[in-house]
Write a protein that binds this ligand. Structure first.
Ligand SMILES: [Zn+2]
Length: 206
């Protein structure tokens, strides 16, 4: 049974690293769809073990790191996601990219650490590119705002103060660096629904 109560807060839908995960809300442009399919094919899908491992600190700020950040930014954009963490492309390093709105610039954070988080929380719906094939959405309580210290891929220190959707996306991607997925935050009922979608029984249709 799916909750269909419309709270009027549709803006929250599809936060986290997947903005458009409704098959019928996507673009019908075949080239964009092909691009999205290609991008998703590069994202590790549940239950890939890379998604469950703790990523390591990065100590080499070299060209390879810059290239990886660029590649992840392209995959995120093509997949129409709002964030992507390195473990999602099979790299167990503490690197994430995100772009909380189409007007915002894509940001890459290396070794991000939360230095402050609001006690105030709010619940919003999140999807995940690593659960992308099954269209899983889960209601998750997150801090309304937080401050993250990190470095850029070229090693410059960076501090991000985020609220709302940006804060939610960051918390989702930070979780990925520690092997945590949205289904871990779900209520038992949502988790059961999600698992059923992720592991369709042979012979069951639709
Ligand atoms: Zn995710």
């Amino acid at each position: 049974m799916t909750e269909t109560t419309d709270t009027g807060e549709r803006d929250d839908i599809g936060a986290a690293d997947l903005v458009e995960n409704d098959a019928d809300s996507g673009s019908t442009d075949p080239e964009q769809e092909a691009r999205r399919g290609y991008a998703l094919a590069q994202v590790r899908q549940y239950p890939d073990t890379a998604l469950r491992m703790k990523a390591r600190e990065i100590d080499q700020f070299d060209d390879a790191l810059a290239t990886l950040a660029e590649r992840m930014t392209t995959i995120m954009a093509d997949a129409r996601g709002v964030g992507l963490a390195a473990p999602q492309v099979g790299v167990l390093q503490r690197l994430l990219v995100y772009q909380a709105s189409s007007e915002a610039e894509a940001i890459a954070l290396v070794n991000p650490v939360v230095v402050e988080k609001s006690e105030e929380v709010e619940v919003g719906e999140e999807g995940c590119l690593s659960l992308g094939r099954a269209t899983i959405n889960v209601d998750i309580e997150r801090g309304v705002s937080l401050t993250v210290k990190a470095k850029t891929p070229s090693g410059e220190p960076l501090e991000v103060e985020a609220t709302g959707l940006e804060a939610r996306v960051l918390q989702h991607e930070l979780d990925h660096l520690d092997g945590i997925l949205i289904i871990d935050h779900a209520t038992p009922e949502q988790r059961r629904d999600a698992m059923a979608k992720l592991r369709p029984r042979p012979g069951s249709q639709g």
